[in-house]
Ligand binder design. Sequence first.
Ligand code: SF4
Length: 438
Amino acid sequence: MTQIEAARKGSITQQMVEVAEDEGFTPEEVRDLVATGEVVIPRNLHHEFRAIGVGRRLRTKINANIGASNFHQLIEEEIEKLYTAVRFGADSVMDLSTGEDLDRIRAELLSRSPVMLGTVPIYQVASERSIMQLEAEGFLDVIDRQARQGVDFMTLHCGVTRETVGRLRGHQRVTGIVSRGGALLAAWIERTGGENPLYAHFDEVCAILREHDVTLSLGDGLRPGATGDASDRGQIAELLTLGELTQRARAAGVQVMIEGPGHVPLDQIEANVLLEKRVCAGAPFYVLGPLTCDVAPGYDHITGAIGGAIAAAAGTDFLCYITPAEHLRLPDVDDVREGVIATRIAAHSGDLVKGVRGAKAWNDQMSRYRKDLNWEGMYALAMDPDKARRYKEESEAAGSNVCSMCGSLCSVNIDNAALKFARRRTLQAPPVEAHAAQ
Ligand code: SF4
């Protein structure tokens, strides 16, 4: 039985208990959110780790994409990226490996991953066959293989159909199709005239996912790859299809989340979130970035974090990181760390205004440590404690209670001293009544 099936029957699973403990809810509250599909718990029956929930009222989760490519294939490096992502706070990693030996790479990562692990099965299908052989059997075989291995969620571009691709091609786009899965499927549809096998065989796909409780992450294969393409007909047509598929998957006992763009200007992000929640019946929204401008290669973890914060504040549940390597190369270990930290900042900024439990308490405690010039306390609560300590301790103010920014003019120190003085004077002053009597 999957998490959503158990919840609908009124049962509370061990995974619901774990999510409730970590998020400050009762197990009953988590069960009810899972039953409606507003929260998913992506955890394959064959993958042992402490369950993580994604969805409404929960902490915004973040994902780090890792994985080898056919240009660069070193399993040791991917394992190091996994450990780095987890160490800096990723709730999930996606193995986006392409090239050879994909089953082995995934097995190595799964056996070490203490967080959710996701994949995009079409990468393996396309790595093992030519583009003209994207037949249903190939998809079902790869999905089944990965599900048996323990993959917790899979991105499947079921909404790239003859109709949605036709709508996309009906108008001019700046960057066309930028999703790898979307581009492969659209090319296959346009060359063969056939229907996307993931759409045509959706019930069979759901049956495999249900058997292993793999969460379906409905991919946005037609997402905009330029801010000028955001919220266009192709993107919205695909979203409408994903809304219909959400209902079918839930009816089949499969947990579902929805993937979203991509490149979106600031003034369209909130509308994208509201539309997804409405069209997809409250399904958790999982967005890539979104990047709010197109001109910062080398710094796209920042453009992604700006969009991610707005998206999280508007109700997005899951942010996929962007690294400084975006658009340029496969990320290395340092890029992974930078991307995870930037995305955590975005997620936490959103959580502060969404009222997520514990977010404000963390923030406020850091502020109190700052007021007290309690450096050990600040390091302990920092997202990157090592970097915070290194910056202070390698400066000219190492060991001082102030930092080298303002030195002896440290406003916090001056104000603390002034407050201390004022308090002492208040204690020493005669009571007001004594003044009045004189
Ligand atoms: S020296 Fe300036 S920056 Fe550093 S702790 Fe004091 S007020 Fe803050």
